[in-house]
Design a protein around this ligand. Structure first.
Ligand SMILES: *[C@@H]1O[C@H](CO)[C@@H](O)[C@H](O)[C@H]1NC(C)=O
Ligand SMILES: *[C@@H]1O[C@H](CO)[C@@H](O)[C@H](O)[C@H]1NC(C)=O
Ligand SMILES: *[C@@H]1O[C@H](CO)[C@@H](O)[C@H](O)[C@H]1NC(C)=O
Length: 196
């Protein structure tokens, strides 16, 4: 008995300290609960729908009122692909390809030359709608834009407002490009968005 007692006392100490830390975990889980499961339908997330948008994106680099401004120059002028160049954009999104066409929103973000081998951009932008029921809602787009390809694809990685939890993709085709006019371009965007 005398030999067992000290062990029992030690075990008791371990067990009681385990129990007290366990009860502390239980108490703290009750006190500040930070996650709980919810019914998506209560949140209005009932049926996902697919919407197709066709918009024209105007990259105005030249002239007195550019909407795309170079914020980082390529570190070397010997790069054929201007690797390292970054431009911040606030480009008009219109209903038709003409610059006078109705404004539907703006593309805000940046793009950068991300390839040393070909002319390929990393594009990160929010499409902010200013028209109709979409006014104020945004779609977040990100992806690789390899400029020499006839059709390029970006991912819809999310959104806000009517586009909460959005996913999808955008197909890009160039409508107009003038290299002698400091890169000005008009690009058609066909965006397929799944949203609620
Ligand atoms: C590259 O060329 C531009 C325009 O000529 C010039 O402003 C810039 O300083 C040059 N950059 C380098 C790294 O030489
Ligand atoms: C879009 O929303 C803004 C801010 O709420 C408002 O000022 C503007 O008039 C709205 N535009 C249209 C076309 O409804
Ligand atoms: C490209 O821009 C130059 C300089 O502004 C202009 O002279 C030329 O007509 C433009 N080309 C096209 C196809 O619009």
């Amino acid at each position: 008995m005398a030999r067992i007692l000290p062990i029992s006392a030690f075990q008791l100490l371990i067990i009681s300290s385990l129990l007290s830390s366990f009860s502390m975990i239980l108490v703290s889980a009750e006190d500040d609960e930070f996650a709980k499961s919810m019914d998506p339908e209560v949140f209005g997330l009932k049926k996902e729908k697919l919407t197709h948008f066709r918009l024209y994106w105007h990259d105005i680099v030249d002239g007195p009122n550019p909407t795309a401004v170079t914020i980082v120059q390529p570190p070397s002028n010997s790069s054929q692909t201007r690797f390292g160049l970054i431009r911040m954009i606030d480009n008009p999104l219109t209903q038709g390809p003409e610059s006078s066409s109705k404004l539907l929103g703006r593309a805000q973000g940046f793009y950068g030359s991300a390839s040393q081998e070909d002319i390929s951009l990393l594009v990160v932008q929010n499409f902010v709608f200013v028209e109709g029921k979409y006014n104020g809602s945004t779609i977040a787009l990100m992806g690789r834009n390899s400029l020499l390809d006839k059709v390029r694809e970006l991912s819809v990685i999310g959104g806000s407002g009517l586009f909460r939890l959005a996913r999808g993709y955008a197909l890009l085709t160039t409508q107009y490009y003038n290299a002698s006019k400091s890169d000005d371009a008009v690009v058609e965007y066909n965006i397929y968005v799944l949203h609620y």
